[in-house]
Write a protein that binds this ligand. Structure first.
Ligand code: CA
Length: 521
């Protein structure tokens, strides 16, 4: 050490000791979030389709939650719940298409008030301009998989649009790394929301993985051939079947429209030969063979998108280690909801059934969370903001409706932890025609009310984990049903859920010329 640097170090120590020690004592937070990523495609949960070594690193060094439920299984609403810690009917964002009221209390604003520097990179999807962030650089709307326009700004900066060329997952990764390396204030603790568009519909792989898995056959789920019998009518009346609702663009039988010439060349080199082989034999294939082909095409593209996310997560984890930040940084991984990878014959989400009710949740916090630990308590995206505030040593506002996971992360489940969970989905009429419903689950039994059609379902999740046989109204389950009905009433009252003011829609006459193209959500 030279004399000059020694003097400088002593000077820094004398002048900045408080700010340095406060940054040291408060953990940084990196909240990694994806769109529509289910446990079935994350090898820490299920390695039958894909290996995700980098996401698995978070699980190995931290805690894996096996029952993380979302309050409303759809993109924008899940994000609004995380911003506010409140159910959709209270934060005002009940369905996609709503605009988030950014003037309300949110966790980034509270963290910022508590001395944190806050940033978000990637998907926002709440229509309004992000508030409460020192820096944001977010996709405009849904955002494409390639060459995304983004909107950047912050507390002290006017929002401006920037154009980008490349694969969106990689661009979001690079922007997050740039901010970690050069954008943030090293004297403050930080909270970075690192948010991916992938693997949302329509599952466009990046250049690196266009032909990955070509030589593999992905296993089919047991319920791919579900006939929707023994349930209420909504299960059969949706429009999210692999069999008949995937478009040519979903199936990559036509290329994406916004690629550069080079990107298009790489795309066509990968897909044209596969498409030609399929189209040549399609007329001689049975209906079942065509569904099987669609399933393989759809799931492989989804997994390819996940693979790029896993790579991007690895880059950020590596950087945190290299920069000496890993020790004092909480890394949390989750998705806005779960997803159907062919279960019940479906793609998409929305239902209170397990695959879309559950979302992955992995949390790494070195020195606090026991590495490789697992938690099967009922937790929720409703708990995320309370957890961030608690970890930062800040108080949790009384009007937030979830609970901090910090005690659980420390290995101590509070005695009065929840044993039941309330769910509510509102987006009907809407994409994929899933009836409005609410319900309660205990993790062992589940009661669902499709209130516009006046039908109920009840499942015994132990004996029927795939939810193929509703036992609602059966004598054998009389007591369970009565107790779930009472619990449903209690939770609706506790969470101040009003009657849905939207009247039940009347059946529409279908126009000649077929159905309107399904909107992407
Ligand atoms: Ca989503």
């Amino acid at each position: 050490m030279t004399f000059r640097s020694l003097v400088f170090s002593l000077f820094c120590f004398a002048v900045f000791p408080l700010s340095l020690s406060s940054a040291d004592s408060k953990p940084n937070i990196v909240f990694i979030f994806t769109d529509d990523h289910c446990e079935q495609a994350l090898s820490a949960y299920d390695n039958s389709r894909i290996v995700t070594p980098n996401l698995d690193r978070i699980a190995k060094e931290g805690m894996k939650f096996t029952r993380c439920y979302v309050t409303n299984s759809i993109c924008g609403p899940s994000r609004a719940v995380i911003q506010t810690g409140k159910y959709s009917h209270l934060n005002g964002f009940v369905r996609n298409g709503n605009t988030f009221d950014g003037s309300q209390q949110t966790f980034p604003k509270l963290l910022r008030k508590g001395g944190y520097q806050t940033a978000i990179v990637g998907k926002w999807h709440l229509k309004s301009t992000p508030q409460g962030f020192d820096m944001f650089d977010v996709l405009v709307g849904q955002g494409p998989y390639y060459n995304p326009p983004m909107l950047s700004g912050g507390i002290d900066a006017v929002a401006t649009r920037n154009e980008n060329v490349g694969y969106t997952t990689d661009i979001i990764r690079d922007k997050a790394l740039d901010w970690l390396k050069e954008g943030r204030d090293p004297e403050k603790p930080f909270m970075l929301m690192f948010q991916h568009k992938a693997p949302h519909r329509n599952w466009q792989p990046g250049p690196k993985y266009l032909t990955w898995l070509d030589d593999k056959t992905i296993p089919e789920p047991d319920t791919l051939w579900d006939d929707y019998s023994n349930r209420a009518s909504p299960a059969a009346n949706q429009t999210m079947e692999i069999k008949q609702h995937l478009t040519e663009s979903d199936l990559k039988l036509v290329p994406p429209k916004n690629l550069t010439p080079d990107q298009l060349d790489a795309w066509n080199a990968a897909y044209v030969p596969k498409n030609e082989a399929y189209l040549k034999k399609r007329s001689s294939m049975s209906e079942k063979e065509i569904i099987k082909w669609k399933y393989q095409r759809y799931v492989k593209d989804y997994l390819r998108c996940v693979k790029s996310v896993d790579d991007a997560v690895g880059s950020v984890l590596d950087y945190l280690e290299e920069a000496g930040l890993a020790e004092n940084t909480i890394v949390m991984y989750s998705s806005d909801q779960g997803w159907y990878l062919g279960e019940h014959g479906w793609f998409d989400k929305r239902w209170m059934y397990e695959e879309s009710l559950k979302t992955p949740l992995l949390v790494k916090w070195l020195g606090v969370v026991e590495p490789g630990s697992e938690c099967d308590e009922i937790v929720s995206n409703l708990d995320f903001p309370e957890t961030f505030l608690d970890a930062a040593g800040l108080s949790i506002p009384g009007d937030m409706q979830g609970r901090s996971l910090v005690p659980i992360l420390k290995g101590d489940v509070p005695k009065d932890w929840r044993t039941s969970f309330y769910y509510h989905y509102y987006e009907f009429p809407g994409a994929h025609s899933v009836a409005r419903h609410y319900g309660v689950t205990t993790g062992e039994h589940k009661l669902i009310h499709y209130y516009h059609v006046g039908e109920w379902e009840m499942f015994d999740l132990k004996s029927d984990p795939d939810e193929l046989n509703s036992v609602y109204g059966e004598d054998e389950y009389k007591d369970v049903q009565a107790s779930l009905e009472a619990e449903l009433g209690r939770l609706r009252e506790k969470f101040k859920v009003p009657e849905d003011p939207e009247p039940a829609p009347q059946p529409k006459k279908e126009k000649k010329g077929g159905k309107k193209k399904a909107k992407q959500n």
